[in-house]
Design a protein around this ligand. Structure first.
Ligand code: HEC
Length: 155
């Protein structure tokens, strides 16, 4: 695996909030971690979704494995759009003698309905805003998240 270049990774504050979801200056989704360690709902949800669908290859807590890159580093390097695109489309990297395949999750509702959740969780990890393991305290699930989930899952 390529070593990620040194990036500025430090906990950041969101610049806006809408129905319990937080955004940075570019309007991309981000985490919110309070001084007492309480995380926003999406960061907590992302922890769970990541460990259901991604950790088998990308390692626990986004740390990477011999097979797949550390997403806590990828998230610092890739744009939001590029990060999401790899998850939807998948990616195959064939070099002499070895093959590295990121499957496409475009039709997996357990992933596509929670893309921002997974993204903000990994951002929080990559910036060092949260440590390894399950966040101990979280905000309640916002009504907007309940509504969006229903619409996305189609039930
Ligand atoms: C079956 C194993 C596997 C699973 C499951 C998997 N990935 Fe991957 N993923 C890979 C491999 C291997 C690569 C590297 C592909 C390459 O070399 O181009 C990768 C690459 C990526 C990249 C690009 C990283 C970079 O630095 O460019 C992202 C983003 C990513 N995966 C996100 C996810 C997310 C989010 C999930 C869970 C929803 C997930 N992956 C599940 C194997 C997997």
């Amino acid at each position: 695996m390529a070593v990620a270049p040194a990036v500025q990774a430090e906990p950041k504050k969101p610049v806006s909030e809408e129905d319990g979801k937080y955004f940075d200056a570019e309007g991309n989704p981000t985490y919110n971690v309070k001084p007492d360690g309480t995380v926003d709902w999406y960061t907590y949800s992302g922890f769970r979704r990541y460990h259901a669908e991604c950790h088998v290859c990308h390692g626990p807590d986004g740390m990477g494995s011999t097979y797949a890159p550390a997403l806590i580093e990828s998230v610092e390097r890739l744009s939001y759009q590029d990060f999401i695109a790899v998850i939807i489309q998948g990616r195959e990297n064939v070099t002499t003698g070895s093959q590295s395949v990121m499957p496409s999750f475009g039709t997996n509702k357990n992933v596509v309905c929670y893309l921002d959740d997974i993204y903000v969780y990994l951002r929080a990890r990559g910036d060092g805003a949260i440590g390894r393991g399950r966040p101990m305290k979280r905000e309640d699930k916002p009504q907007a998240a309940i509504d969006a989930e229903k619409a996305c899952l189609g039930d």
